[in-house]
Design a protein around this ligand. Structure first.
Ligand SMILES: [Ca+2]
Ligand SMILES: [Ca+2]
Length: 332
């Protein structure tokens, strides 16, 4: 039985709705709308598993980008995106066929994937990187509600994360230092909302295109339930503390780009997240954005189950260094 790997990292929200301590799971969880990792762009050759938290039987299908239904339903829960003709857009679908769900209305997963020969590696590679003076920016994070720094943070950097508030800049030292495994939650004057294209952009302080540290980004309406963006990491080699990343191996993490360029995030990619599906996170009313440093020793996994490597183990300004979070769409 294939169980979609993302479910291993859900926030406990699905868990409370999924199973009694013993015995059969509830039908509501068993028959949930299936999903696959959703990213702005995926490389050709990617294999997607469409599944549910509890591994209900799923069929999948594909069609043209404007299709409302698949050309045909295919057995199995897996789709591999072919390399031929990339770049291209394709619509993928999935639905639960488990007979125990026959009497339960379940939703259909439907998403358009942008398939490229390879992931973009630099701003300007058709990747949607957001410049710090991008005219689409309508605001910046203005407050914070939580800051828990990890290890590897020198005492001088153990200060409230005020440096991450307001506009991004070119000063690589004006950042909130998260430390290894640390996290910060920022707040905004007005809620963010899902509009056309990216809705927020996260800026780090990398002074060199590969001198990146990775973080996971999640959003919340109430500051309690968070929906975390899917991630893809294609590197296979552990990185020492002063090694550099290849940005072309990274998608869905902050940060992919050097100082002055923000990594875009589209709230629409979270529409099948269980926290959104049950209404705990409202994509038209996002009030909190969480940025959490990735422990880069390979112990953490991306949404596809790959180990994630990040410079390990960094000190002084260890971990992700958050410069700013830009708002591209806010609630009316
Ligand atoms: Ca959007
Ligand atoms: Ca890290």
């Amino acid at each position: 039985m294939k169980i979609y790997v993302l479910t291993l990292t859900l926030l406990g929200l699905a868990a409370c709705d999924t199973a009694a301590p013993t015995g059969e799971p509830t039908f509501g969880a068993l028959c949930e709308t299936p999903r696959a990792p959703l990213l702005t762009i995926v490389p050709a050759g990617t294999t997607l598993v469409v599944g549910t938290s509890l591994g209900a039987e799923v069929v999948v299908g594909r069609g043209p980008a404007d299709a409302l239904a698949p050309d045909a339903w295919e057995d199995g829960d897996t789709i591999t995106l072919p390399a031929a003709d990339a770049p291209y857009d394709v619509a993928l679908f999935g639905r639960v066929v488990d007979p125990r769900c026959a009497d339960v209305a379940t939703g259909t997963f439907a998403a358009v994937y942008r398939v490229a020969p390879a992931l973009p590696a630099a701003p300007g590679d058709d990747d949607g990187a957001v410049a710090l003076d991008d005219p689409r920016i309508v605001g910046w994070a203005s407050g914070w509600s939580r800051y828990t720094f990890g290890d590897g943070v020198d005492r001088r950097w153990q200060v409230p994360p005020e440096a991450a508030l307001g506009p991004a800049g070119e000063d690589a030292l004006a950042t909130a230092v998260l430390g290894n495994g640390g996290e910060v939650v920022l707040t905004f004057d007005r809620p963010l909302a899902d509009g056309d294209g990216p809705d927020l952009a996260v800026f780090e302080n990398a002074i060199d295109p590969g001198f990146l540290e990775l973080a996971r980004v999640a959003v919340s309406t109430d500051g309690v339930a968070f929906a975390e963006f899917d991630t893809l990491y294609l590197g296979t080699t552990p990185l020492g503390a002063f090694d550099t990343h290849d940005p072309g191996l990274i998608e869905g993490f902050a940060s992919k780009y050097p100082v002055g360029w923000g990594t875009p995030f589209d709230l629409a990619l979270l529409r099948y997240h269980p926290a959104v599906q049950v209404g705990a996170v409202d994509l038209a009313d996002v009030r909190f954005v969480r940025v959490r440093d990735v422990i880069g020793d390979g112990s953490e996994r991306d949404s596809f189950g790959h180990p994630v490597y990040d410079p390990t183990r960094t000190v002084l300004t260890g971990g992700f260094d958050l410069d700013a979070i830009a708002v591209l769409h806010e609630a009316p």
